[in-house]
Unconditional design. Structure first.
Length: 337
C-alpha cells in the first residue's frame, strides 16, 4: 500500500500514511501551499479504483432527465434551506449519529463569499446566515446541533424542512462564472489544501502539523462531465491495525461551468448496507457548491461511514471538483479540540 510523507515543521519528522490518487487522476490547478513542507504532495504510485471511481468526459443521460428541484436536497433528512441576504444558499441536513451535513452554494455573480469554514459548528453557521431578526425554532437548532434523528426515529417522525429567506437571482451585469471556469488554477488555490482542507482538519485538532493525518484528498480536477469519489476506495493503512476504509468526515467542492451540474452525496454505515442518498443538489451555471459533513469527533474510535461524492453535468456543461476524506486523526503530539 502506498504512502507519502508529511514533514513536520518542528524538531521531529513524522511519516503519515496518506493514500493518494492514481497517476491518471488530473490535478489541474492543484493547490500550492505557502508552507509546502507541511502539505501532503500527490504520490506517483497507482491505487485501486473500485466501484467506478474516477472521471469521464462523457455526459450521462440521468443528469438531463432528472427534475431540477432544490427544495429538499437531502430528502426527509433536510432540516432547513436558508437563502442568505448575500445571495448564497445553505442547506442543513441531519445525518444521524451526531453528523450534520451542510451545503453552501455561492452564486455566479460573486456577491457572496464562503463562510462555511468561518464557523466551527453547524449551529453557529445557521445563526450567522439566517435572515436578520429571524427567531429560529428551538427544535431546528437542536436537530442541527445533534445531527437530527436516527433512522428508526425518522420512520415514525419524518422531518419537514424549514425554508428561511428568499432566493436572490444573480445580477446578470456582474456575472463572474467565466473567471474560475477560465482559470481553474485559481479555483484550485481558493478551494484546495491551504484555503479549504487545512481549516477543515483543524476543526478537530489545534495544529494539524502536530498530528498523524490519515486522509485522502485531491486538488482541483477537471473539467469533467462526470466524476465519482468513494472513501472506501482509498484505504489508509494503520501501522498497528487494519485499514480504516471509511471516513469520519468529508468535504467536496464543485464548480459548474456552461450549465448545471447534479452534485450528489451518498453514505452507508456498514459494508453490507445499501447506499443511501445524503444529498441531491443542482449547482447553477457558474455556481460553486460545497458539501461538508460535520462530525463530533475524528479520533481513531469515532463513528465512520463510507461516503461517496458524484457530479454529473448536463450535456454541454462541465465541472471542476476537489475532495477530502478524513479517515481519522491521531498521534502522540496531536491536541484534539
Amino acid at each position: 500500500m502506498s504512502k507519502t510523507t508529511l514533514a513536520k515543521a518542528r524538531t521531529l519528522a513524522l511519516t503519515f500514511p496518506l493514500l493518494l490518487a492514481a497517476t491518471t487522476m488530473a490535478c489541474v490547478g492543484a493547490d500550492a501551499p505557502e508552507d509546502a513542507e507541511l502539505a501532503p504532495t500527490p504520490a506517483d504510485t497507482a491505487s485501486a479504483r473500485l466501484d467506478g471511481d474516477g472521471e469521464s468526459l462523457a455526459p450521462t443521460a440521468a443528469a438531463s432527465a432528472m427534475t431540477r428541484d432544490n427544495s429538499a436536497p437531502c430528502g426527509d433528512r433536510t432540516l432547513a434551506v436558508v437563502h442568505a441576504r448575500s445571495g448564497a444558499t445553505y442547506v442543513f441536513c441531519g445525518m444521524g449519529n451526531g453528523k450534520t451535513g451542510v451545503l453552501e452554494e455561492l452564486p455566479a455573480d460573486g456577491s457572496a463569499e464562503s463562510v462555511l469554514d468561518t464557523y466551527t459548528t453547524p449551529v453557529e453557521l445557521l445563526r450567522a446566515v439566517a435572515p436578520e431578526n429571524t427567531l429560529l425554532p428551538d427544535s431546528l437548532v437542536i436537530d442541527v446541533e445533534r445531527g437530527a434523528h436516527t433512522r428508526a426515529e425518522l420512520e415514525h417522525q419524518p422531518m419537514k424542512p424549514v425554508t428561511l429567506g428568499l432566493p436572490k437571482a444573480p445580477n446578470p451585469a456582474t456575472l463572474v462564472e467565466s473567471y474560475y471556469c477560465a482559470n481553474p488554477a485559481e479555483f484550485g488555490y481558493a478551494y484546495g489544501w491551504n484555503a479549504s482542507f487545512v481549516p477543515f482538519v483543524e476543526e478537530f485538532v489545534e495544529d494539524y502539523s502536530d498530528c498523524s493525518l490519515h486522509l485522502w484528498y485531491t486538488g482541483a480536477s477537471g473539467p469533467w462531465a462526470t466524476h465519482q469519489r468513494t472513501a472506501s476506495t482509498y484505504q489508509v493503512q494503520d501501522d498497528y491495525g487494519p485499514p480504516y476504509a471509511t471516513a469520519c468526515a468529508g468535504k467536496e467542492h464543485v464548480l459548474s461551468c456552461n450549465g448545471s451540474t447534479l452534485f450528489e452525496a451518498f453514505r452507508k454505515e456498514t459494508p453490507s448496507s445499501d447506499w443511501t442518498t445524503s444529498l441531491s443538489y443542482w449547482v447553477s451555471d457558474g455556481g460553486i457548491a460545497t458539501w461538508k459533513m460535520y462530525a463530533s469527533d475524528c479520533q481513531g474510535t469515532s463513528d465512520r461511514d463510507d461516503m461517496r461524492y458524484t457530479g454529473s453535468s448536463e450535456p454541454g456543461a462541465s465541472h471542476y471538483y476537489s475532495t477530502i476524506f478524513i479517515k481519522w486523526l491521531g498521534g502522540g503530539f496531536c491536541d484534539f479540540k
